[in-house]
Design a protein around this ligand. Structure first.
Ligand code: ATP
Length: 272
């Protein structure tokens, strides 16, 4: 569990997050909703201290209070980040990108040499889970946006995270890819008992996938409950708009692509 105790975040004299006390538990898929500038990214980034609290403190089970560098390092090692623009290394293979998730487990000098077979195996298993094992040796910039985001998820999974943070992970994806990404995140959250916190702008997707919705407005938490408790009026108020969220359409996530074998991939050459 990760807990914020009266955490505020200021940028100069501007308070982006007002005194906030929240707890995030393992295996819960939380979606942050709110208008642009409401403080979603700030709250999300405070959870791994990319946004430093100006007041209050954060505690993590098994680590303690995040009050010195060693504990922050330990916490970040087990915190996967997923970004809107994927943040992958374009000229590298899919596998090499996923292996970056393992770097925190090795001293800096060790990463100058190829990582051991066991590490490669973890990365391949993560690619298999997101349905992209057969793409392992392709250059990552040859993949579609949705596939690249799933590589980002595999990289985060390779960290064997306790916490995953995703800042608008589907903002640049089409509806089908968005659903596939959110369905996979939710599945890994429940299967692996990972705490996942995602910021979204799509109320319908939040209602469809979230276990819990936290609504923010002007740096304050104004809603914190299950999706079925979020009324259309409350949802519209979060966005200061008149329209209500649309009905979520019935769907199934796309099936994942066919498998390649570990042996084929472990022995094949990567692209230059
Ligand atoms: N590094 C920064 N320096 C100064 N102000 C910042 C900084 N980052 C964010 N802010 C301000 O803090 C407020 C909250 O920003 P934040 O990015 O958390 O909102 P958000 O809800 O994630 O918005 P969006 O949906 O547009 O990403 C905004 O008013 C923003 O301008």
């Amino acid at each position: 569990m990760i807990q914020l105790h009266k955490v505020s975040v200021q940028y100069g004299s501007f308070t982006a997050l007002h005194s906030t006390t929240l707890a995030f538990v393992p295996g819960q898929f939380t979606v942050l909703l709110g208008a642009s500038g409401a403080g979603k990214s700030t709250l999300l980034r405070s959870l791994n201290l990319l946004a430093r609290p100006s007041a209050g403190h954060i505690t993590v089970d098994g680590v303690g209070e995040l009050d010195h560098a060693g504990r922050v390092h330990e916490h970040r090692k087990r915190t996967g980040m997923i970004f809107q623009q994927h943040q992958l290394i374009a000229r590298q293979s899919v596998l090499a990108n996923v292996l970056l998730g393992r770097i925190g487990y090795h001293p800096a000098w060790r990463t100058m040499f190829p990582l051991p077979y066991g590490e490669r195996r973890i990365a391949l298993e993560c690619l298999e889970r997101v349905g992209l094992l057969h793409k392992a040796l392709e250059r990552v910039d040859c993949l579609s946006g949705g596939q690249q985001q799933r590589v980002g998820i595999a990289r985060a999974l390779a960290q064997q995270p306790r916490l995953m943070l995703a800042d608008e992970p589907v903002a640049s994806l089409d509806p089908a890819s968005s659903r596939q990404v959110l369905a996979q995140l939710k599945r890994f959250c429940h299967e692996d008992g990972i705490t996942i916190v995602v910021s979204l702008h799509q109320v319908d997707l939040a209602c469809e996938y979230a276990d819990r919705i936290i609504g923010l407005s002007h740096g304050h938490v104004v809603f914190d409950s299950t999706p079925d408790a979020l009324t259309p009026v409350q949802a519209a108020a979060l966005y200061e708009q008149k329209t209500a969220p649309s009905e979520a359409p019935d769907h199934q996530a796309k099936p994942i692509e066919p498998k390649a074998t570990f042996v084929q991939l472990a022995t094949a050459k990567e692209p230059a």
